[in-house]
Design a protein around this ligand. Structure first.
Ligand code: EZ4
Ligand code: CO
Length: 405
C-alpha cells in the first residue's frame, strides 16, 4: 500500500514569533506537518520550499521518506546550508508525520521504540543581576526542572544577548525592520561570568544541573580561560564557547579544561559535526532535528556521536516550532546516547496555532502516543497572525567594530 503526495503548501504565521510550516497532503487526504523556521531568514526558506521543493513533491510516493531525502539533498547539487537543510528537514518531518498517521503509531515506535521512559530537559533562567538570576532559577526549579541554563548581565554593558532587564523570559529576535545593535565586551564578560555562576552554585546546591551558553562570542584562548575558570562550578556544560567555524579552536579549549563542552546549534549536516565528534573535542552535539535535515539525517549524526561517546542534546529554542520540538522528542525517546533536550518554551499565543500533544512535567518531556508527530496546525488561527520582520541582534565592540566571532 502506498500513497502519493497530492499537494505541498507553505504557511508563514506569527503567533508570538515567526514560524514557517509545510503542509503535505496525500491522495488519501492524510496531512503531515513540517517546520522550516530559520530565525530571521524565514521568507528565504518559505520561497525555497514554495518555488523549488513543493512542485517536486507532487506525485511522489509519501512512504519513501529516505528516498525523498536523498532526492532533495543530492538532487539539489547545492548541498548543505541552513536554508536548504531546513527545507529538506521540513519535508522529512512531514513525511514521518504522515507515515505515523497511516500506520496509526507515534513516530518513536517507527524508530525502534522507546529506550527511556521520559526525556530529561532544561529550560532557561536569566537575570540582569545575581539576585534576579537566583529568583529566575528558583522559579524554574519550582516548576520541577532539575537542569537550568543560567545567563546574567555584565557590568558596564547596557544589554546582553539572552537577557531582558527585569524580565525572566525573553525572545532573542526583536520585531523591526533591522537588527538591534548591541555593544559587547568580552573581557568584562569572562571576568564576571565565573563569579556569578559560582555564587549561583552555592545558592542551588550541588545536585541541580547548571548549564551556561557563551553564544559563540569568545576567541580560542578566552574560551579556554573561561572553561577553566568555571571548573569549580561543575557545569553540566558550557555551550558555544567559540564559533563552530574554526573547529580547531575547540581542541585548544578541550586540552585546557575538564568543563564539559557543547556545540553545534547552527550546524546543519553530519559534515559540520564530524571533526568535532571524531576528535572528541566536545561532549554534546546540539543541532536541531529540523535544521539538520530532519529525523532521517539527525539519526545518522546521533549514531556517529555514539561511536565517540558524544551525547546528543538537541537545540530547542522558541524559534523552532512545536512541530520540530515534537519530532525531536520522538527521536530523543528512541536514541540511546541522548544527553538532554533543550525546551525554551513558547509564548502562550503560539498554542492557538500549534496544537501539540507532547507533555512536560517535572522537567521531563514525552512526545505522547498520538499517531505521527502529535502536532496539528490550526490554519484559520495561523491566518490571524501575519508575518512581520524580526531579527536577532548584532554586536559591536566598544570602538564600534563588528565583533569578529
Ligand atoms: O540563540 O535559537 O541554546 N539556545 C540558544 C538560542 C539561540 C537562538 C538563535 O536563533 O542559544 O537562544
Ligand atoms: Co545556544
Amino acid at each position: 500500500m502506498s500513497s502519493r503526495i497530492r499537494s505541498a503548501d507553505v504557511i508563514v504565521t506569527s503567533p508570538g514569533r515567526n514560524f514557517v510550516t509545510l503542509k503535505v497532503t496525500t491522495d488519501d487526504g492524510v496531512v503531515g506537518w513540517g517546520d522550516a523556521t530559520v530565525n530571521g531568514r524565514e521568507l528565504a526558506v518559505a520561497a525555497y520550499l514554495r518555488d523549488h521543493v513543493a512542485p517536486l513533491l507532487v506525485g511522489r510516493d509519501a512512504d519513501r521518506i529516505e528516498d525523498t531525502w536523498q532526492f532533495l539533498y543530492r538532487g539539489a547539487y547545492w548541498r548543505r546550508g541552513p536554508i536548504t537543510m531546513a527545507a529538506i528537514g521540513a519535508v522529512d518531518l512531514a513525511l514521518w508525520d504522515i507515515r505515523g498517521k497511516v500506520l496509526d503509531q507515534p513516530v518513536y515506535n517507527l524508530l525502534g521504540g522507546a529506550v527511556r521512559d521520559g526525556i530529561l530537559s532544561y529550560t532557561h533562567a536569566s537575570g540582569w543581576t545575581l539576585e534576579e538570576l537566583k529568583d529566575s532559577v528558583d522559579e524554574v526549579l519550582s516548576r520541577g526542572f532539575r537542569a537550568v541554563r543560567a545567563q546574567s548581565g555584565v557590568p558596564g554593558l547596557d544589554t546582553v544577548y539572552g537577557i531582558h532587564r527585569g524580565q525572566s523570559s525573553y525572545e532573542p529576535a526583536a520585531r523591526g525592520i533591522s537588527p538591534v545593535e548591541e555593544m559587547w565586551d568580552t573581557r568584562a564578560y569572562v571576568r564576571h561570568a565565573p563569579r556569578v555562576l559560582a555564587d549561583l552554585r552555592d545558592h542551588v546546591g550541588e545536585e541541580v544541573e547548571l548549564l551556561h551558553d557563551a553564544h559563540h562570542r569568545l576567541r580560542p584562548i578566552e574560551a579556554a580561560q573561561l572553561a577553566k575558570d568555571l571548573e569549580p562550578v561543575r557545569l553540566f556544560w558550557l555551550e558555544d564557547v567559540t564559533t563552530g567555524e574554526n573547529q580547531e579552536a575547540m581542541r585548544l579549549v578541550r586540552e585546557n579544561t575538564t568543563t564539559p563542552l557543547a556545540l553545534g546549534e547552527v550546524f546543519n549536516t553530519i559534515w559540520d559535526c564530524k571533526d568535532l565528534i571524531t576528535s572528541q573535542s566536545i561532549d554534546f552535539i546540539r543541532s536541531s532535528v529540523m535544521h539538520a535535515g530532519g529525523i532521517s539525517h539527525s539519526r545518522r549524526i546521533n549514531d556517529l556521536a555514539s561511536l565517540w561517546q558524544v551525547q546528543v542534546a538537541p537545540h530547542g529554542p522558541s524559534d523552532v516550532s512545536p512541530i520540530t520540538m515534537a519530532a525531536s522528542l520522538h527521536l530523543d525517546l528512541a536514541t540511546p546516547n541522548l544527553g538532554i533536550q533543550e525546551h525554551m518554551g513558547y509564548p502562550a499565543v503560539t498554542a492557538e496555532v500549534f496544537r501539540s500533544t507532547y507533555s512536560l512535567a517535572d522537567g521531563m518531556l514525552h512526545p505522547g502516543d498520538a499517531p505521527g508527530l502529535g502536532v496539528e496546525v490550526d490554519e484559520d488561527a495561523a491566518a490571524r497572525f501575519p508575518y512581520s520582520r524580526a531579527y536577532l541582534p548584532v554586536a559591536r565592540r566598544r570602538d564600534g567594530t563588528m565583533t569578529d566571532w
